[in-house]
Design a protein around this ligand. Structure first.
Ligand SMILES: *Cc1c(COP(=O)(O)O)cnc(C)c1O
Length: 366
């Protein structure tokens, strides 16, 4: 077989260690995983109730996700033909890349940002991948604009950005959208949209009316607490959706995923309470950072990137041996930081207690 050459340069996605593995390896009873931006409060009770009644597993899913599509369209106040569904928004990133990138066209993105934009662009053989460094954790939209030319088919924006948690303010985004060529698709990945509280955050769904080359990506994996069901969606102009649809697998979202997502949107009280608890959790980490003179990026998401001025892997190792799994910044483009998912109040307290001990040990030895 003659594999695509670019595949040889890539490694499969490295999932974090599972809780079971960590328990066995370190002989620990209790493990707290704050590494993958999952919701520490689980999901809505509404979801648990509908799952009890689900049946007919022998049938293929509805490939058009009709019921879910109509409910989500109503919820978002868009037309049903403005939606595309994916096996997680990860798959929509893949569909977009597959539909628009090959050796003729380049793509522009920030760095560090979510790894899958680049990963897919490489597989699809994009002509070049133009990575524009963040400034203070934020997208440098001016430099990104300068990197766009008539061969740029896709620009990726991640707001709030993973792994920094920084968002793009409304005025900057609108200015950017006004300047981008109409022939370039702007992907706005809003996986953490529901966590945002910033007042100058834009209304991306409203922006779709003015910018037909914009697609907004969202997911049920984060605040909705449904990561295992793999449901994400894209919202755009019907022409963009129609063009993307043939690149989507016919049964890419499954029956249970469609069912739980359609019901989860009914319980916005759950979403609101998670957003609120997340702000309180972030404040616990801000306070810890201020008290210990550590740099961090203010976050609009459910994670925080903290710079310990030490190897991120070392901090990671210290914590995992004591029962807390976080994400080392090493693989995320911030080698002296760790990314911590905001947990419940008690989980944050437990982790911060360990971090305090870690920081005081470093101080004692320096
Ligand atoms: C988590 C995440 C996704 C992927 O979520 P899915 O589980 O595939 O829906 C997409 N983009 C960003 C920035 C993320 O952090």
């Amino acid at each position: 077989m003659r594999w695509k050459e670019q595949l040889l340069t890539l490694t499969p996605y490295q999932p974090g260690k599972t809780i079971g593995e960590v328990k066995r390896q370190y002989g620990l009873k209790d493990i707290t995983k704050l590494a993958s931006n999952e919701n520490p409060f689980g999901c809505s009770k509404v979801v648990l109730e509908v799952l009890q009644k689900a049946a007919h597993f022998e049938k293929y899913p509805d490939g058009y996700a009709t019921e879910f599509r109509f409910q989500l369209a109503k919820f978002l106040k868009v037309q049903p033909d403005q939606l595309i569904f994916g096996n997680g928004s990860d798959e929509i990133i893949q569909i977009i890349s597959r539909a628009l990138l090959d050796e003729r066209y380049n793509t522009v993105m920030a760095t560090p940002t979510f790894s899958q934009y680049k990963h897919n662009a490489i597989i699809d053989g994009a002509k070049s991948i133009r990575e524009i460094p963040l400034i203070d954790g934020e997208h440098d939209l001016t430099a990104m604009l300068n990197a766009i030319d008539d061969k740029t088919n896709v620009v990726w924006l991640c707001s709030p950005n993973n792994p920094t948690g920084a968002y793009i303010p409304e005025d900057k985004l609108i200015n950017f959208l006004n300047m981008v060529p109409k022939s370039t698709l702007v992907v706005l990945d809003e996986a953490y949209y529901e966590y945002v509280v910033a007042e100058d955050y834009y209304n991306s769904i409203e922006l779709l009316k003015d910018y037909q080359n914009l697609i907004v990506l969202r997911t049920f994996s984060k605040i909705y607490g449904l990561a295992s069901f793999r449901v994400g969606y894209g919202v755009s102009h019907p022409d963009v959706i129609r063009a993307l649809e043939p690149a989507r697998g016919p049964f890419n979202t499954n029956t249970l995923g469609q069912l739980v997502a359609a019901n989860a949107i009914k319980d916005q009280a759950f979403v609101n309470s998670c957003r609120k608890a997340n702000r309180e959790g972030l404040q616990q980490y801000y306070d810890f950072c201020e008290e210990n003179g550590l740099n961090y990026f203010p976050s609009q998401a459910n994670f925080i990137l903290i710079d310990f001025d030490r190897e991120g892997n070392e901090v990671f190792q210290y914590l995992i041996e004591r029962g807390y799994i976080v994400r080392s910044g090493n693989a995320l483009g911030f080698p002296t930081s760790v990314r911590i998912t905001v947990g419940s109040k008690e989980q944050n307290e437990g982790l911060i207690q360990l971090l305090k001990e870690y920081v005081s040990q470093i101080k004692a030895h320096s």
